[in-house]
Design a protein around this ligand. Sequence first.
Ligand code: PMP
Length: 747
Amino acid sequence: MSKHLKQMENIRDILYRFYDLESQHIKAMVGEVNLNYRVRCESGSYVFKSSPHSSPAETALSQEECRILENLSKKMPGNFQEPVPASDGRLQVEDKEAGRIYRLFRYIPGKLLAESEHTSQLLSSFGEVLALMDLALIPLEMQASRARRYHWDNTHFDLAYQYAHFVRPASLRKLIDYFHMKFHEEVVPSLPRLRHSLIHGDANDYNVLVEKERVKAILDFGDAVYSPLINEVAIALAYILCGKDDPLAWAAPLLKSYTEILPLNEEEIELLYYLVGTRISISLCHSARGRSEQPGNDYLGISEKAFVKLLQKWMEIGPVAASRAFRHAAGLPLPPILPLEEDREKRSSYLGENLSLSYKTPIRMRAAAFQFMYDDRGNSFLDMRNNIPHVGHNHPRVVRAGQKAMARLNTNTRYLYDEIRDYSETLLAKFPKKLNKVFYVNSGSAASDLALRLARTHTGREKMLVMEHGYHGNTAAAIEVSHYKFAGKGGKGLPASTLVAGIPSSGNPLPDLDAETRKASGEIAAFITEPIVSAAGGIVIEKEYMHKLYAFTREQGGVCISDEVQTGFGRPGKYFWGFEYTGLIPDIVILSKPIANGHPMAAVVCTNEIAEAFNNGMEFFSSFGGNPVSCAIGQAVLEVIAEEELDRNAADTGAYLIKLFEDFRKGCPYIGEIRGMGLSLGVEIVKNGPGSAPAPELADRWVNALREKNILLGTDGPHDNVLKIKPPLCFTKADADRFIRELRNLV
Ligand code: PMP
């Protein structure tokens, strides 16, 4: 007799022995741990479950599952698989000899929700049955379920999160880290207050039966736990929202019908966004762990893929839009929104008017995650202009590093501590050997200021050679080397100690040094420039010209400063530092913006010789520069760049975006030069084809129109006609496609 037939024979025997049933037909059903069979007898159809006899706690839980179903079947006949007692009246038979536990339930016919076409009517009926079930579960007191500390329970995200390190790639892992961080920030403090009750705990669409456009039954109470009631809804939503283009719209019918029967309070609704993210993350952690036990199997399963997509979409949607949609569906009032005009007026009562606000309609930001920023109205913006949150807004690894370090030690460079040693070593390893000293400050401006002092102290000279349209910061000394400022509106004109090198423009011969500059040969302390001059409209200084300026400066004993505030840390893609494309090695490098993902930190890296000259008896001290918190954050940024290969992403996605722009330019006369490298791009907006007059009004119109499409960009350049594209380095090709699609729609 085949193994299968023998097994069926065995089950037939069990059913006869324990249940007094003569089975006519037995069919195996899919089950994870348990062996489930569909059994047909004269008296009807049943589901027979045979599970291994494991721990007393597990036995108590499966006994409780029967009792829960018994209770529910009484209250809502037909909606639950009613347990069928054995001949001796027991709901659960322990077959000690076979080492198994048997249970028998009435079979309910129907189609799985997972295999049914979802309509809002169907999901509304799901919400209704779920709420009625929860109402029936609330009064039940089940000891074993109460004692359960379950790795699928949202409350115990940490149990699943210990497997997060199995999750690949790093770009997915970071989303799980993000929702784990938000769980601890947003959910955990509320846990003691949340209404807890017995919940089904796994109302996924494979556990729900449908008949005639209505949910008929909810199956499988093997995951029942005491947990915040809202988790029931979060889990149901996590599954039905998979594969939906507009998840919030699909969540509404379920929430509406659920809350009409069982109202949810504001705190529960506010947490729902994070709890859906929690459930998806828990599932992805478990599946990654499962896969890790099958070496060589890196392929994501179908449901995993759907969860990955949903998690990405969920992050893009953000908590504000979700909260608004959920509140609306649950019949709760929306929080009031302060009119923008009122806020703007208030702001001008305390901030100077020369602090600008972007866009014709300003944005009041509430939160952000990676390449997305969320306003108070529920808009989620794709951030394409912000090069400070370099590895992505609120990157969990960076936030955690800062939180941990701040809770441990925050002091200054007058003490020895690990963080500054570890960080300095990691940072300097990214530079050519001759750049082996680092000073820490707290802003790009302070770093520029210090770089100028270093150069002046080292050379004993005052004069600075600067690039036309360059910008290096807001301190008095930095303004004096920022042509963009001293020669711009409100500027005082060329300072006595400053000389300007003309910036090359495309198609023209390289500029020559002017007579003033040549005459100052022998008096110049330093030449300072960015390799890609941002305020000039993202102009990449030609290699040949850069060599000429470095040579001119060095021949007379001056030093060369590379301002990498905008171009450092892998943004150029192929290079980690902007200066690398020239083949030149500067003497001093200024670092800031991306260095700590938005935490105020900056550094000046220089040669040993320059640092020694600076040690002239005057102490250098910065109260906050190089503190352990900043160093820990800086370290996390470097680790994330490496782990997520963000420099490689900058190279690939940047090249992809350039290609999209080149294709777009073929049919659009308003695109001029496309400049830059990696994810540091400048796209000229012109009147009629490359080389034609700048079109700043059009650039401004596009930037404002894109803002209405939830894409954030800015303009730059002396004519303000260059689209400045410097997104966080986690920017994707799909984001690039979206941007170009919206841009094409404007023309
Ligand atoms: N250098 C460059 C190239 C910059 O872009 C900036 C800021 N825009 C600075 C220096 C000054 O940095 P911070 O605003 O941090 O003082």
